[in-house]
Design a protein around this ligand. Structure first.
Ligand SMILES: [Fe+2]
Length: 239
């Protein structure tokens, strides 16, 4: 008996095409970032207003340029076991359409740590995936867009980003930065270049944050991420 599924090679519907215009799911996700940075409030902050504008403009340039979709090998990390719950929460939160657009490409995401050395306890607690940037999948040397996922009860150690301005927008979960305030879905935090920050997340739910990095293209291509030395270590070294 002939097996109809072996008559010829079936088209691979999950395979990324070469350019953005041929990949509706990546376009829709990019547009969700565009809406976020266009429609959200700046809370009266001129720094946030100007950051939103720069991110928005960089996204428009990407959409107009129809860049290559770079092929990246999808990968998961221990924390991605929390991703289904993050999508369940995201579905009924303020950024439900962003959450749904990410879910549509979830089998194509490359989850990674980004640090040469990750503290052992953090390996199960965190990972990020990029959506646009020098490494792709949507190629851009002007900005990086991505998502970071934290397990419940995570402390993401103090760090800063040299030359890179960073904003986080909550998709689901509750989190705090530098022990001040609690941020809910829809909230935006701006970390100007070089600002030290440390993140903690709520006890019961995972936390998914969309982020944008903007800075010089050479720095975006090689951000050299590293954690700041703890105050204990600095005291030990007499700094
Ligand atoms: Fe950061």
């Amino acid at each position: 008996m002939t097996d109809p599924y072996h008559l010829g090679a079936a088209p691979d519907l999950t395979c990324d095409p070469d350019h953005l215009a041929d990949s509706p799911s990546w376009i829709y996700l990019l547009r969700e970032f565009q809406f976020l940075y266009r429609d959200g409030s700046d809370g009266g902050s001129t720094a946030i207003r100007s950051h939103r504008k720069r991110v928005r403009e960089a996204i428009s340039i990407i959409l107009d340029a129809n860049p290559a979709i770079l092929s990246r090998t999808p990968s998961v990390q221990p924390v991605t076991a929390h991703l289904p719950r993050a999508f369940d929460l995201g579905r009924r939160a303020a950024l439900s359409s962003m959450s749904a657009a990410l879910e549509r490409v979830s089998d194509r995401l490359t989850w990674e740590f980004g640090y040469a050395k990750v503290p052992k306890p953090l390996e199960k607690k965190y990972a990020y995936c990029e959506v646009a940037g020098p490494q792709g999948p949507i190629h851009s040397d002007r900005l990086i867009l991505g998502f970071v996922l934290f397990a419940p009860s995570t402390t993401y150690p103090q760090h800063s980003h040299h030359d890179i301005e960073e904003s986080y927008i909550s998709v689901c979960g509750a989190w705090s930065e530098n022990q001040t305030a609690v941020y809910a879905p829809g909230s935006l935090i701006l970390n100007s270049a070089g600002t030290e920050h440390r993140i903690t997340t709520g006890r019961t739910d995972p936390c998914l944050l969309a982020y944008a990095w903007i800075g010089p293209s050479e720095r975006l291509a090689a951000p050299a991420m590293k954690f700041s030395r703890s105050s204990k270590a600095r005291t030990r070294e007499g700094i």
